[in-house]
Write a protein that binds this ligand. Structure first.
Ligand SMILES: Nc1ncnc2c1ncn2[C@@H]1O[C@H](COP(=O)(O)OP(=O)(O)OP(=O)(O)O)[C@@H](O)[C@H]1O
Ligand SMILES: [Mg+2]
Length: 267
């Protein structure tokens, strides 16, 4: 699908506009600078098709968000990216095809996934969860990264020896995000990070995500019901409806789009 037909410019077009004031639109699919580039992605559970050939991309170092109603296929999109659902089409990460690769190989290539709900191992301790997050790393900074997360989320340090399952919902979500970032991922996929969290905790988590993006340059693709917050941290946004991408554009433009305002921002 060519999003420029809907009046939005591609990521590259926005960059070009910022750099050269050249306002000429560029077809999204012609952009080779995209770090994650998804073309014609289909996914199904058995005979039931959920994603019907979607195209989207995320530029390196960018935070992109996917908005969509319940059942639109947002979680399925993230599952497709990590090889957890039957998939057709193309998913290229830094030019390399991921479709057909097992989940473990996709993780090895630097993709971390915080799934919807609690992405922690409940029977394992907080510290063991963080160590599991770093299992493909062989550098010497794993311990200092754990110390960083204990400093960022002090409650995790205080409870380092407790089973993750004994933490509160918000604490488990902090652990899930810290565990995913322990991979030092090049691409972080987050599925509804704010689900069930108090507004203050949600804001704090998003601040930490923004900081990781700024400090480590981690590319992020976020699925989020809190559309206002997600659009405020993301630079690019997509709207998924019934397995089709129907809108794409700079997050600041989608935030003032009438359809997005009515459906996702509630005013
Ligand atoms: N394991 C499964 N088996 C069969 N159908 C599934 C499975 N998981 C999801 N579906 C169906 O696929 C469709 C898309 O589901 P998905 O979880 O991707 O939606 P979503 O956009 O993440 O929704 P929500 O906002 O409620 O999390 C829904 O119709 C759902 O019922
Ligand atoms: Mg979902």
């Amino acid at each position: 699908m060519n999003f420029t037909a809907m009046g939005f410019k591609s990521n590259q077009a926005v960059a070009d506009t910022q750099n050269t004031q050249d306002t000429q639109d560029v077809d999204l699919l012609q952009c080779d600078s995209e770090y994650l580039k998804v073309c014609g992605l289909r996914a199904a559970y058995g005979d039931v098709g959920v994603l019907h050939g979607i195209d989207f991309s995320v530029a390196k170092g960018q935070i992109a968000v996917i908005l969509g109603a319940n059942g639109a296929g947002k979680t399925t999109t993230l599952r497709a990216l990590t090889g957890m659902v039957s998939t057709e089409g193309s998913i290229r990460l830094a030019g390399e095809e991921l479709v057909g690769e097992p989940t473990a190989e996709i993780v090895r290539r630097g993709v971390a996934h915080v799934p919807q709900g609690r992405g922690t191992f409940g029977d394992m301790s907080v510290e063991e969860n963080l160590l599991v997050g770093a299992f493909v790393r062989n550098d010497k900074q794993v311990r200092s990264d754990i110390a960083y997360w204990y400093q960022t989320f002090p409650v995790l340090g205080e409870r380092r020896n407790q089973p993750a399952g004994s933490l509160s919902g918000g604490e488990q979500q902090m652990l899930a995000i810290a565990r995913a970032l322990m991979l030092r991922p090049s691409l972080l996929l987050l599925d509804e990070p704010s689900l069930g969290l108090a507004p203050m905790v949600t804001r704090f988590l998003f601040e930490q995500l923004k900081a990781s993006n700024a400090i480590a340059g981690t590319t992020m693709l976020v699925v989020e019901q809190n559309a206002g917050l997600a659009l405020s941290v993301a630079s690019w946004a997509y709207v998924l409806e019934a397995g089709e991408m129907v809108l794409a554009g700079p997050a600041c433009e989608l935030a003032v789009n009438d359809k997005v305002r009515r459906a996702y921002l509630g005013y």
